[in-house]
Design a protein around this ligand. Structure first.
Ligand SMILES: NC(=O)c1ccc[n+]([C@@H]2O[C@H](COP(=O)([O-])OP(=O)(O)OC[C@H]3O[C@@H](n4cnc5c(N)ncnc54)[C@H](O)[C@@H]3O)[C@@H](O)[C@H]2O)c1
Length: 386
């Protein structure tokens, strides 16, 4: 296929690498010449590194790089079968780029957006042929992260959905289908991993090091929430939390934390600024976790039950199928298990009782048990019963 990419930043460059590696011809455009240069340099560096490690040959480097064409205008996209946009996360700019692109491309060309947080239906609404528009959401870095969320807009034609699935599967990646709602699957269900950890910290139940220790050592998660937030950047994570909260019409479950906001405002952004929840400056000493098994189990279970509740609600509202929800969390954020499978293993009754205990204690909407979990409990059934 000939794949078009608009935006040669980190995501566009990664999608170009993946597509060309899998034999597709790539046409890539960016309106900033510096980005083009950076993208070209970084692609060559990555491919040469792969060759140095023996993963590909020198001639593969030439062939893969030779399939990527940096172009100077939208007119070069006329032969593309699918174009994916990975530019700045701004609805008005994306809409105007899509409307402009439509004038330069073939009538059957698919127009995809890699947006993380905007409505795909809103982007499609700017087009003459909105049925050709779809969300194809890669994770960072696109070459290594296998999960890809496919998000049909309200207007998207079925053939467009099928072709998008085929493209992703043909490259050995894992497509899952998500409804066009804020955060799609992963960025919606993962909210309590940060939000509940922050709540536990804010209440003074435990410090960041102890919460991270509980989630990694007891829970088996690859990274604790505070280490991960410092890695993502507290500015980025806070902005996502705030935008999800607004997008859900201020649902209290997604309420941001003042602690995170203050860190972002103070410029304690995490690794990139040397300070965040932890101190990364040379010679800095960070507190050791309180390795109390009972406290650790409480922290791990509280966060896990909140994650399961979120996954159950996503299934209840038909955001995705149970299999896609579990695949998404395992491959999009490397959770040790799918959350719905995990709930089945722990027991639906235990899960409902734990959530009800939290609700009884706080009397906050945030802790209300998903109607689907309660229904399974009454029916004495499981997520994977049938
Ligand atoms: N970075 C991530 O982890 C991640 C993950 C999934 C999805 N996304 C989404 O992917 C998109 C791109 O993110 P990124 O991290 O690669 O951003 P980035 O800032 O690295 O790159 C964006 C590129 O788009 C270019 N650009 C801006 N406006 C343009 C226009 N009108 N025409 C052509 N090029 C234009 C910029 O020059 C820049 O090179 C965003 O929608 C983002 O939400 C990002």
């Amino acid at each position: 296929m000939q794949i078009g990419i608009i935006g040669a930043g980190s995501m566009g460059t990664g999608i170009a690498q993946l597509s060309a590696f899998n034999g597709h011809d790539v046409v890539i455009f960016d309106n900033n010449p510096k980005s083009i240069q950076r993208s070209r340099d970084s692609l060559l560096k990555i491919l040469n590194r792969m060759a140095a490690k023996g993963k590909i040959s020198e001639s593969d480097v030439k062939a893969i790089f030779g399939r990527i064409h940096f172009v100077e205008s939208h007119t070069s996209f006329s032969d593309c079968e699918l174009i994916i946009e990975a530019i700045v996360e701004d609805i008005e700019i994306k809409q105007s780029v899509f409307a402009e692109l439509e004038m330069a491309i073939s009538k059957d060309c698919i127009l995809a957006t890699n947006t993380s947080s905007l409505s795909v239906s809103a982007i499609a609404s700017a087009c003459d042929r909105p049925e050709r528009v779809i969300g194809i959401h890669f994770f960072n870095p696109p070459f290594l992260m296998k999960l890809v969320e496919i998000i049909p807009a309200l207007q998207t034609a079925n053939t467009v959905v099928n072709k998008s699935f085929d493209w992703i599967s043909s490259m050995g990646h894992l497509p899952v289908k998500a409804k066009d709602t804020p955060g799609f699957i992963v960025n919606r269900i993962a909210r309590p991993f940060y939000g509940e950890a922050l709540r536990i910290l804010d209440e003074g139940i435990a410090d960041a090091a102890t919460i991270d220790w509980a989630m990694t050592e007891i829970g088996g998660f690859r990274m604790g929430p505070f280490t991960l937030m410092d890695y993502i950047g507290n500015d980025v994570n806070y902005t996502v939390t705030e935008s999800v909260f607004k997008a859900f019409f201020y649902d209290p479950r997604y309420k941001p934390s003042f602690t995170q906001q203050r860190l972002a405002l103070a410029g304690y952004l995490g690794r990139k600024t040397g300070r965040g929840y932890y101190d990364y400056r040379e010679g800095a000493k960070n507190p050791k976790p309180e390795e109390n098994p009972e406290l650790g189990q409480y922290i791990f279970e509280r966060i896990l039950f909140m994650l399961i509740n979120e996954a159950a609600d996503a299934l209840y509202y038909n955001i995705a199928s149970r299999e896609d929800i579990d695949t998404a969390m395992k491959y999009g954020v490397n959770y040790p298990k799918g959350l719905l499978k995990w709930a089945d293993e722990i027991g639906i009754q235990e899960t409902v009782e734990a959530l009800d205990d939290l609700y009884d204690h706080y009397l906050e909407e945030r802790y209300r048990c998903s109607p689907l979990l309660r229904q399974l409990f009454f029916e004495n059934s499981k997520f994977y019963d049938s």
